[in-house]
Design a protein around this ligand. Structure first.
Ligand SMILES: Cc1ncc(COP(=O)(O)O)c(C=O)c1O
Length: 450
């Protein structure tokens, strides 16, 4: 410990940072602050973290507002009715953005992130399916959910925790996410729904939600099976409405029962806030909804958590108010411009081949060309870290385990200038990497988790 702190803080006692057991005595708040602050210097620099989808920069007024709301508990609707009202407005704004046919009928809530939102979406699908099965006097013991092998781990969790069979569609040589005919082919009378991802965590590509809905329409015409879709729009549901208006993926498709997104990804809010919206009350069985007291009356809630921070919900509303449609469009278009330019320049460096181009989510994946044998994507990731850049390297899931990539997530705050510096650093590494005799080997434990 710095002796300057020790003079005031410890009264001559040696201060050892507690790692497993509380210290007996207290220390001054400023000293505690400095010690914790200093340890955190070992964390990576969030702004240079090209691995995360999560917001790493917000404007000062947003941060001020969040600090002002730090003590507000989202669940105390009666005590903080205006925070509850801002949550309600955010749900209404999202239902409108996602083109709910009758916005007043759409129902939704905030969550801690997309994982919780996906659990709620999955639970509603399961309960709706069970109710239909019971009403028809059919067995309801073996529900399944159809998804691509590229889904985020939250869907594996959902299936595990809530005892639903995960019907995972493997990838193929030319298809790196869920395809429409493949999804429909896996459905049967026990299918509670199909998860379509906008866009894929592995490479930023949009799954073809409209085509999947079309294939399920055909399935219904042929067999009578009515299989709903949940769109996991963790990232894309906050991007596509602003810069991909012609892509039809949302409630315009009658088969889309529910949509989730992460406010803390392209919703431009610090972690953790997510959202889930159902197209109408029929899509969310009413027995899943609980009432909490609110302004002397009752307010419907559906959530796994009870207490959670109000600050992020307030910040989401701030962001909607601050940016408006035009602002979101400008911010996301700028990220896409950076992503597509950077992807193009990386493809021209020579040793790399693009897997995606950053023209759907502002995210792209690239791999080493066939003729590169001196190094691999893991070497590139390791060497970029020396300059502070955090770029994950990882393998694709079944049946594309042969494909190993680096992925760059461009977010607001990753400017053209930072992208140029990144490109310079990457180019500078290449001669040295080319002099390696062979790749240095993959990390033993996967360093990056989806
Ligand atoms: C497609 C997709 N779904 C769900 C999640 C989980 O989101 P969260 O981190 O908000 O829980 C992610 C996170 O990257 C994702 O990309």
């Amino acid at each position: 410990m710095n002796p300057m702190h020790a003079l005031d803080a410890t009264h001559g006692e040696e201060l050892v940072m507690p790692t497993a057991r509380l210290r007996d005595r207290s220390i001054p708040a400023e000293t505690a602050y400095q010690l914790v602050h200093d340890e955190l210097m070992l964390d990576g620099n969030a702004r240079l973290n090209l691995a995360t989808f999560v917001t790493t920069w917000m404007e000062e007024p947003a941060r001020r507002l969040m600090a002002e709301c730090a003590e507000k508990n989202m669940i105390d609707k009666d005590e903080y009715p205006q925070t509850a009202e801002l949550e309600r407005r955010c749900v209404a704004i999202l239902a409108d953005l996602w083109q709910a046919p009758v916005p007043d009928d759409a129902i939704g809530c905030s969550t801690t992130g997309s994982s919780e939102a996906c659990m709620l979406g999955g639970l509603a699908l399961k309960r709706r399916w069970r109710n239909v099965r019971r009403a028809a006097g059919r067995p309801d013991g073996r529900p399944n959910l159809v998804m691509g092998a590229n889904v985020q781990v939250c869907w594996e969790k959902f299936c595990n925790y809530f005892e639903v069979e995960a019907r995972v569609v493997p990838l193929s040589a030319e298809r790196l996410h869920l395809g429409a005919p493949e999804a429909a082919a896996r459905c049967d009378e026990n299918t509670i729904g199909v998860v379509a991802v906008l866009g894929s965590t592995f490479d930023g590509s949009y799954e073809p939600v409209e085509a999947i809905a079309g294939a399920l329409d055909d399935l219904e015409a042929a067999t009578g099976l009515d299989v709903p879709i949940h769109v996991d729009g963790a990232s894309g549901a906050m991007v596509a409405p602003f810069i991909d208006e012609e892509t039809v993926w949302d409630f315009r498709l009658a088969r889309v029962a529910s949509i989730n997104t992460s406010g803390h990804k392209y919703g431009l809010v610090y972690p953790g806030v997510g959202w889930v919206v159902w197209r109408d009350r029929a899509a969310l069985p009413e027995e899943l909804v609980f009432d909490v007291s609110y302004l002397g009356g009752n307010m419907a809630t559906f959530a796994l958590n009870f207490s959670r921070p109000g600050a992020q919900v307030v910040a989401q509303y701030f962001t909607f108010l601050r940016l408006g449609f035009a602002g979101f469009r400008a911010v996301h278009q700028a990220s896409r411009d950076v992503a597509t330019r950077l992807a193009g320049e990386i493809s021209r460096l020579g040793p790399f081949a693009l897997v995606t181009r950053g023209d759907e989510l502002p995210v792209f994946a690239f791999t080493t060309g066939r003729d590169v044998s001196a190094f691999d994507v893991y070497d590139v990731s390791r060497r970029l870290r020396e300059r502070g850049w955090l770029v994950p390297a990882y393998g694709f899931p079944a049946e594309r385990e042969d494909l190993h990539v680096l992925r760059v997530v461009v977010r607001n705050g990753f400017s053209e200038d930072l992208a140029s510096l990144f490109l310079e650093d990457l180019s500078r590494l290449l001669p040295e990497l080319a002099r390696q005799r062979e790749p240095l080997g993959r990390p033993e434990a996967p360093a990056f988790h989806h």
